[in-house]
Structures are given as structure tokens and as C-alpha cells.
Design a binder for this molecule. Structure first.
Ligand SMILES: C[S@@+](CC[C@H](N)C(=O)[O-])C[C@H]1O[C@@H](n2cnc3c(N)ncnc32)[C@H](O)[C@@H]1O
Length: 284
């Protein structure tokens, strides 16, 4: 087993693990890190009332598409409020978690359809009136090409005048990210198998381009010859709304409204966010 992440993708001090034999790199939303992410986020509620307000004007029978539905936190909440939801995610592990959580909710399982796909390549004959991308997930589309591709895909999945709702950190929150100039956190975490782990996370904010690089490591065993563990690296780009409009085709969406919320829990606890609703512009 060997690691495929190079040191430059990792935040110090975890960059010292780049070439350690036996440490395997995996995507953040998979394996042990998916369990950790679900443990951190599955019960978050801070954005749900704004999302429900956006949905209120839609018929309960018209499916809403949730991109990056993960463990089903938002999709299940909407189904519990009577809506029909299609949830899409490219992480099989996150969708398995979603399926398992649904087993305990037989009253809503017929309101939910789960789709395993990358949103960038997903197409559908059905056109949605509302698409949601919650929990600041848009920041994972961390370069202009990825962001542009996301909007092209969303536009292709929306009906004429369909709405796209997503959340971003507000500008004052981005300024406060400078507190993450190279912090390391160590969090005890019991996984779903009942095993106790320590998750090491290293964060580095770059204020020249408002990106936050995150690296994570979990050691799961030490053998005589190798340290066995998992490593992952990902990056958030904290887009401002005006940057988003400058990257997407400017005439393709118009701003409908924004809601203000505050993150509760996790490293971003207390930071302000905006839930943004855009409308697809009909072209003649
Ligand atoms: C921050 S989590 C949000 C999960 C859930 N919506 C919530 O609010 O708790 C982001 C999710 O987006 C998914 N994701 C990231 N990029 C994606 C892509 N290109 N296509 C589909 N899903 C994606 C990840 O697998 C992960 O489950």
C-alpha cells in the first residue's frame, strides 16, 4: 500500500505523511472520512428553515433535485415536510449512509429517489423547477472551470425559469477565515463499527485567492513494517456572488433573493452565510 498524494497537496504538518509506506490516500467524502463528515454534519439544522422557505412555493409532487445530498440531511428534511426529492451524489459511501438512514424512515422513503452520479456529467429528460446545493458545497467547485461546468449542468437540468438555490459564506466570514493560517485539530471520533479513532485535520487559508486547503489523516493500525492509515486533501474556494456572476455566462441566471444564516457547529461555528436563489433566464 502506498500513498499517492504529493506533499504539495497537503497542509503541514500532515505533509510529512506524503510518502509514508502504508498510508493510503482516499477522497474526503469516502471511507472513514465520510463517516467522520457524517458524524459532524448529519444533525445540523442551521440552514433548513431558509431552504424550506425557498421550497414553500413549490408543489409537493414536483420533485426537487438536491445536488451533493450526502447522508440525506436536507433531502430527508424536505421529504418529512411533504416534498418529493431526488438526491444526487458522487460518493457511494455517502449514499449508502443515506439509504441506511432512510431504513428507519419508512414514512418518507417513497418520496425520495437516490442517484449516484457526478453532477457535472449527469443529464436528465426531466427538467426540475428547483435545484438545491446546500451546506456551502459550492465552495468545493474550487476553480473557475469546475464552477462554470456546475452552472452549465444545473442550467441543463432546470426548466425554463427554474430556480437554483445554494449557500456561500458571506464576505465578512471569508475575512475571518484568516484565523486558519495553518491550524491543526485533533478530534476523537468513534466510527460506525464502534472503533475509536483520532482524526487529524490541518487547515491553511490563503487570502490571496480565498482558498482553504484541508488535509485529514486517520491512523488505523501500526504493523511491524508499516504505519497504516488514511490521508485525504481537498480545497474550498470561497466564492463571492459577484465572482460567480463573472465566471458563469452572465445572462444565464438572475438573482431572485438571498437569506442570511449562521453556521452552528463545526469549525465554521457562528460564521454568516447567504442562501442565494437564482432564476434561469429564458433565452429566445
Ligand atoms: C458538504 S457535503 C453536503 C452534504 C449534505 N447536502 C448536507 O448538507 O449535509 C457535500 C457533498 O457533495 C458531494 N459532492 C461533491 N462534489 C460532487 C459532484 N461533483 N457531484 C455530486 N456530488 C458531489 C460530496 O460527495 C458530499 O456528499
Amino acid at each position: 500500500m502506498s500513498n499517492t498524494l504529493d506533499a504539495s497537496a497537503l497542509v503541514a504538518p500532515l505533509s510529512s505523511l506524503a510518502n509514508v509506506e502504508g498510508i493510503v490516500s482516499i477522497p474526503y467524502f469516502s471511507g472513514i472520512f465520510e463517516q467522520f463528515e457524517s458524524y459532524l454534519t448529519a444533525d445540523e439544522t442551521w440552514d433548513l428553515s431558509s431552504i424550506l422557505k425557498v421550497c414553500e412555493t413549490y408543489s409537493a409532487n414536483t420533485p426537487i433535485l438536491e445536488i451533493g445530498c450526502g447522508n440525506g440531511r436536507v433531502s430527508m428534511y424536505l421529504a418529512e415536510n411533504g416534498f418529493s426529492v431526488h438526491g444526487i451524489d458522487n460518493s457511494v459511501d455517502a449514499l449508502n449512509r443515506f439509504q441506511n438512514r432512510l431504513l428507519a424512515k419508512s414514512n418518507i422513503s417513497n418520496k425520495i429517489k437516490i442517484i449516484n452520479s457526478d453532477i457535472i456529467t449527469y443529464t436528465s429528460q426531466f427538467k426540475y423547477e428547483l435545484i438545491i446545493l446546500s451546506n456551502l458545497t459550492i465552495h468545493l467547485f474550487n476553480d473557475p472551470n469546475a464552477l462554470k461546468s456546475l452552472f452549465v449542468s444545473v442550467s441543463g437540468l432546470l426548466s425554463d425559469s427554474g430556480k437554483f438555490c445554494f449557500s456561500i459564506f458571506e464576505e465578512a466570514s471569508i475575512e475571518r477565515m484568516s484565523m486558519y493560517k495553518g491550524n491543526t485539530f485533533c478530534t476523537p471520533f468513534t466510527d460506525y463499527g464502534g472503533y475509536k479513532n483520532l482524526v487529524w485535520r490541518a487547515l491553511r487559508f490563503d487570502d490571496s485567492d480565498n482558498t482553504l486547503a484541508l488535509s485529514c489523516f486517520v491512523q488505523n493500525r501500526v504493523s511491524e513494517s508499516e504505519i497504516l492509515g488514511y490521508l485525504s486533501a481537498h480545497k474550498n474556494k470561497f466564492w463571492k456572488l459577484k465572482e460567480i456572476f463573472s465566471i458563469i455566462d452572465e445572462d444565464s441566471f438572475s438573482l431572485v433573493k438571498t437569506f442570511r444564516d449562521y453556521v452552528e457547529g463545526g469549525g465554521a461555528n457562528g460564521l454568516g452565510t447567504q442562501t442565494i436563489v437564482l432564476e434561469k433566464v429564458i433565452r429566445n
